[in-house]
Design a protein around this ligand. Structure first.
Ligand code: HSE
Length: 403
């Protein structure tokens, strides 16, 4: 028998209980074990829940029960969740987590603790919701030097952008829909300001380049400044606006990581990733491009990834799943300042003035634009070069174009 305790009975925690129950017979068959839910920790009461006999309010009940093999942390945040994760690992229990904030900020320490204790710390659900991507990256692609990871990593913002593009909804209307569908974080600013995608690219970068990349090392820009005008201009030239997280291998073993909106060419498979779906493109020096696609948020898709980790551990609870990276350093991570892009620019002024400032450019047009509004795509240049050229223009919006 393999006993599981779930910490936090929110969207993901309740989804994990549901999947473990719904698919119990096949999980048992595939793991050759009896995988059973023993405890659910939550401060709230759930008297009508089918799992009502499992609820406890005191973590030490779980910590001190030698029958608990796997602790599932779906509390979120990096305070209580950090304390309980440390205590569970220290008590010799494997931990499965959907908590990207915790992994992105404390992953190195927690993996070290898991190693010391001979237990596993797995977090497939922390990136890409239900998409299997971390295990393929660390196992199936282990023979590659990863050159780049680029992905749509946040379901809420992809949903918002899709609804703006497809239905002409305002940013606020589309955010409300995403929240109603249960995709958004409790505080949606983590989604729309790009912090959630930032945590996920940190985890992908760590697993790709074997060193911890911390969120504060990653320049992060969200989608709050994107307007329907930008969406229309992008559309007019065959591009879609997508929030991307990117991590690239640079010279001398350095890593560049950042999160920002980009214009993505309609012919790029990332442009076709819509609604709550996420996609992660990994470029390896042997495999070339490999892309992973699926539901990036939501109760059962995320629970699917958590239960996959539970099943992986349950097959052989005594053997630690090897999963680790180095501590990282301040000098290791570079900003995207050295990278050259084409840029989308929307401004108030004349195309003549824009050409004088920027040289060669591609003018864009959209129906219903105010008389003074212009928009264009520049030639390739770095951000610093662009800023010098745009200094005299009344710029309203600047977005990178993905090459
Ligand atoms: N709020 C997150 C998203 C949930 O929208 O992608 C999954 O991490």
């Amino acid at each position: 028998m393999v006993n599981v305790a779930i910490l936090g009975f929110g969207t993901v925690g309740s989804g994990v209980a549901e999947v473990l129950t719904m698919n119990q017979a096949l999980i048992d068959r595939r793991t050759n074990q009896q995988v059973r839910l023993k405890y659910i920790l939550d401060v709230r009461d759930f008297p009508d829940s089918p799992y009502k006999d499992c609820f406890v309010k005191d973590f030490s009940v779980i910590e001190n029960d030698p029958e608990v093999d796997i602790v599932v942390e779906t509390i979120g945040g990096a305070t209580v969740a950090l304390d309980f994760t440390r205590r569970a690992l220290a008590a010799g229990k494997s931990v499965v987590s959907s908590n990207k904030e915790l992994v992105a900020t404390h992953g190195y320490d927690l993996l070290q603790l898991a190693k010391e204790k001979g237990v596993s710390y797995l977090f497939e659900a922390s990136v890409g919701g239900g998409i299997p991507v971390l295990r393929p990256l660390t196992n199936c692609l282990a023979g590659n030097e990863v050159e780049q990871v680029c992905g749509i990593l946040n379901g809420t913002t992809n949903y918002i952008l899709t609804r703006m593009i497809r239905a002409g909804l305002s940013f606020e209307q589309a955010l409300k829909e995403a929240q109603d569908n249960g995709y958004a974080e409790r505080d949606p600013s983590a989604d729309i300001e790009g912090h959630d995608a930032c945590r996920k690219i940190c985890i992908l970068a760590a697993l790709s380049f074997d060193e911890h990349v911390y969120p504060e090392q990653v320049p992060t820009q969200g989608i709050t400044a994107i307007t329907l005008a930008d969406v229309d201009y992008a559309n007019s030239c065959g591009y879609k606006i997508k929030l991307l997280g990117r991590a690239l291998r640079m010279d001398e073993g350095k890593i560049c990581a950042y999160v920002a909106p980009h214009l993505v060419n309609g012919s790029d498979p990332l442009a076709g990733v819509e609604d709550v779906f996420n996609a992660i493109k990994i470029t390896g020096n042997a495999v070339g491009d490999a892309m992973f696609y699926g539901r990036g948020a939501g109760k059962l898709p995320t629970a699917s990834a958590v239960v996959g980790d539970i099943a992986d551990i349950a097959k052989d609870v005594k053997t630690r799943k090897c999963n680790e990276w180095g501590p990282g350093s301040k000098e290791l991570v570079e900003t995207p300042d050295a990278l050259a892009f084409r840029w989308y620019v929307r401004a108030n002024g004349t195309m003549d003035a824009a050409r004088k400032a920027c040289g060669e450019l591609t003018a864009l047009a959209r129906g219903g634009a105010p008389a003074q509004e212009i928009a264009f795509l520049t030639e390739e240049m770095t951000q610093a070069q662009l800023e010098v050229k745009l200094a005299g223009l009344d710029v309203q919006s600047v977005i990178r174009v993905l090459a």
